[in-house]
Design a protein around this ligand. Structure first.
Ligand SMILES: Nc1ncnc2c1ncn2[C@@H]1O[C@H](COP(=O)(O)OP(=O)(O)OP(=O)(O)O)[C@@H](O)[C@H]1O
Ligand SMILES: [Mg+2]
Length: 270
């Protein structure tokens, strides 16, 4: 999904970030090798090995409690790991300090809950980090934020407070806020699962557009229509392990493990 970055998208919006074609071919932008994590005695990540290439859209599925969120959170070090390594664009994820802040800024994250700053306007939500962390001039940050808000279809809400927006609108602002840092990778942890059904598609449409523009994405989601349409690869997790990896059609039509078969039979019959 790395072509057509210079073209206009379906909705006629200019892409946020042009992804350069890599002359060496696909290279891993995110790499996890032998990652282990415990919460006390609970072994939540077991020998996780995963590579996500530039421009790739990875969808992570699996039963509740299988470690999907924890894995996402280790990628920008919202959670520490016990052993193993995580590299972002070839660089080891630092323990702490300035280097961590720098690498973390390269990974945008959108969570299940709409975690906008409640006491700031929509525009301020989007400009805050670029001004504070990237030291962007306010005017530039505001211009860029307005472009991003237009892109996700909530430009007219810029001066409102988060509580005045619908869940779907708030989640689109959350995506714009993450994009404002010009991340190399976007992580989505069930971004639509707290939404009313009629708002799910407006968020998924923004994600599909991002995917088509070549954004590297890791998405935890149970939206199987989205997964089939946008994913280059599906990862199935259960009990802290990656049990299967494959192309969407392979995984959905011919899951290999009993665990995946059982999982799919449950969600697909709903
Ligand atoms: N901060 C924490 N402290 C202790 N245990 C935790 C913590 N966060 C998660 N866990 C446990 O770790 C396991 C994995 O949780 P995680 O949230 O990663 O699962 P998940 O696959 O995202 O599940 P869901 O689909 O319900 O979101 C679960 O058993 C959970 O209870
Ligand atoms: Mg989760």
């Amino acid at each position: 999904m790395s072509e057509s970055n210079t073209q206009q998208t379906a909705a006629g919006l200019a892409p946020v970030q042009a992804v350069q074609a890599d002359s060496e071919g696909a290279r891993p932008l995110v790499e996890l090798a032998h990652v282990e994590k415990h919460y006390g005695r609970l072994h939540v990540l077991k020998d996780i090995n995963l590579q996500v290439c530039q421009g790739e859209v990875l969808v992570v599925v699996g039963p509740s409690g299988s470690g999907k969120s924890t894995m996402c959170r280790t990628i920008n070090r919202l959670e520490s790991i016990d052993s193993g390594v995580i590299r972002i664009d070839g660089e080891l994820l630092p323990e702490e300090g300035k280097d961590l802040a720098r690498l973390r800024a390269e990974v945008g994250m959108v969570f299940q809950s709409f975690n906008l700053f409640a006491n700031k306007t929509i525009l301020e939500n989007v400009t805050l980090a670029p001004i504070k962390v990237r030291h962007m001039a306010r005017k530039d940050a505001e211009d860029y934020a307005m472009d991003l808000l237009a892109r996700v279809g909530v430009q007219s809400q810029a001066s409102k407070m988060p509580s005045q927006l619908s869940g779907g609108q708030q989640q689109r602002v959350a995506i714009a806020r993450a994009l404002a840092m010009k991340p190399k990778i976007m992580l989505f942890d069930e971004p639509t699962s707290a939404l009313d059904p009629e708002m799910v598609n407006e968020v998924l449409d923004v994600m599909i557009e991002l995917a088509q523009e070549g954004m590297t994405m890791i998405c935890v989601t149970h939206e199987m229509g989205f997964a089939r349409k946008a994913a280059d690869r599906i990862v199935f997790m259960a009990d802290g392990r990656i049990l299967e990896e494959g192309k969407p059609d392979e995984f959905f039509d011919h899951p290999q493990s009993e665990r995946a078969q059982e999982f799919l039979s449950k969600i697909l019959t709903h």
